[in-house]
Design a protein around this ligand. Structure first.
Ligand code: CAA
Length: 378
């Protein structure tokens, strides 16, 4: 077994690390305060190929593998997880169009998304359909060559700035024996697509999250992905998205560990630096070990995806493990900071808030275990 990175993987990792250090880290704390979406910097990431790392070059991407993508998300998330979630959701949208879009869909939507000229949003969640994602109320009714969509989507990442939205809707009749869910590509300028105000969130404040309402939105049949298999489309997309979020968790944990190490070297207690105290060394060892395991599981999931095998289980395991341990790592890193960790001046306070969503979005930890168990038992 060879764990060494290839030259390409190292190059992508270095490039993402340089960008995060030079462009993201200097502004991350201020953006957290202002809740501003960093539109210009996201565009710059696109120019570097960071918005379509593992999408083939013929479709506007950088043409690298999923391991490279995962390494890039880790570095960007180490700079600020708001940038990483923006990037990860865009890749999720790209992946769905790559897998299920027609050639026309790919040229029209995937090329601009993967090259970073445009941004994408994934609209599955509804006010009553979070973990129970099949409980969809949005409807799509056929009318000539178009479907007419009506409904509401909640917690949509990138919504305000997206050019294309993948939207699920129920296409079967109310009394049909089996509910059919379909997925549609909806353009931002579609009449009746109403974008809500950005949510005021606890963390990841420089990422954009809104409610999207659809009022008689006309979508051409040509923008329907995989017929009535829309739920499967979204689930398969989420498998890939979960590698992105697992990578984000690793990057966030890397940042928290760095903060803890720096603080423990600087701060003195009982006449010596904190890092000389066994109780602190125990915490550092625990955090380092959990992070190492999270990274290995995440890169393994990316590797399994690249190898072409079914990766639903490994992706959910990585997302579950990396998110739960990200929460533990930021918590211990804050604990090492003592009271200082509880005030805004210290970066760990931001990391702690940023981390809380990771065991919730793209499938809660509880849902990851449902996916893992179903893959193991079938
Ligand atoms: N990969 C591929 N197929 C999957 C799958 C997966 N991970 N999970 C389920 N499926 C398939 C099943 O095999 C099944 O197919 P068949 O009908 O052919 O058997 C079909 O989907 C329905 O699955 P279930 O019977 O298991 O359906 P369920 O309703 O009991 O449970 C669930 C499904 C796994 C709980 C699903 O609803 C789920 O994943 N929920 C969480 C939704 C989620 O992750 N939302 C995140 C929102 S996006 C987001 O957060 C982005 C962001 O902004 C950061």
């Amino acid at each position: 077994m060879n764990f060494a990175l290839t030259e390409d993987q190292k190059m992508v990792q270095d490039m993402a690390r340089d960008f995060a250090k030079s462009k993201i880290e200097p502004v991350a704390m201020a953006l957290d305060e202002s809740h501003e979406f960093p539109e210009k910097l996201i565009k710059e990431m696109g120019e570097l190929g960071l918005m379509g790392v593992n999408i083939p070059e013929e479709y506007g991407g950088a043409g690298f593998d999923t391991v490279s993508y995962s390494l890039a998300v880790m570095e960007i998330a180490k700079g600020c997880s708001s940038f990483a979630v923006t990037m990860s959701v865009n890749h999720l949208v790209c992946e769905i169009i790559r897998l299920y879009g027609s050639e026309e869909n790919k040229q029209k939507y995937l090329v601009p998304l993967a090259s970073g000229e445009a941004l994408g949003a994934f609209c599955l969640t509804e006010p009553q359909a979070g973990s129970d994602a099949q409980n969809q109320k949005t409807t799509a009714k056929l009318s000539g060559d178009d479907y007419i969509l009506n409904g509401k989507k909640a917690y949509i990442t990138n919504g305000t700035y997206s050019n294309v939205f993948i939207v699920t809707a129920v296409t079967s009749d109310k009394d049909a024996p089996k509910k059919e869910i379909s997925a549609f590509l909806v353009e931002k300028d579609a009449e009746g697509l109403i974008l809500g105000k950005p949510e005021h969130k606890m963390g990841q404040c420089a990422s954009n999250t809104i409610e999207v309402t659809l009022e008689n939105v006309r979508v051409p049949v040509a923008n329907m992905l995989a017929g009535t298999n829309g739920f499967k489309v979204m689930m398969n997309g989420l498998n890939s998205g979960r590698i992105g979020i697992a990578s984000l968790c690793c990057g966030l944990s890397m940042a928290a560990l760095d903060e803890a190490l720096a603080y423990a070297a600087e701060r003195k207690a009982f006449g010596k630096p904190l890092n000389r105290l066994p109780v602190i060394q125990d915490k550092i060892a625990e955090m380092g070990t959990l992070l190492e395991a999270s990274k290995l599981m995440t890169l393994n999931a990316a590797f399994v995806k690249d190898s072409g095998s079914n990766y639903a289980k490994t992706a959910s395991m990585a997302k579950y493990f990396a998110a739960e341990n990200c929460l533990k790592i930021v918590d211990e890193a804050l604990q090492i900071h003592g009271g200082n960790g509880y005030v805004r001046e210290y970066k760990i306070e931001k990391l702690y808030r940023d981390a809380r969503i990771t065991s919730i979005y793209e499938g809660t930890s509880e849902i990851q275990k449902v996916v893992i168990a179903r893959q193991m038992i079938r």
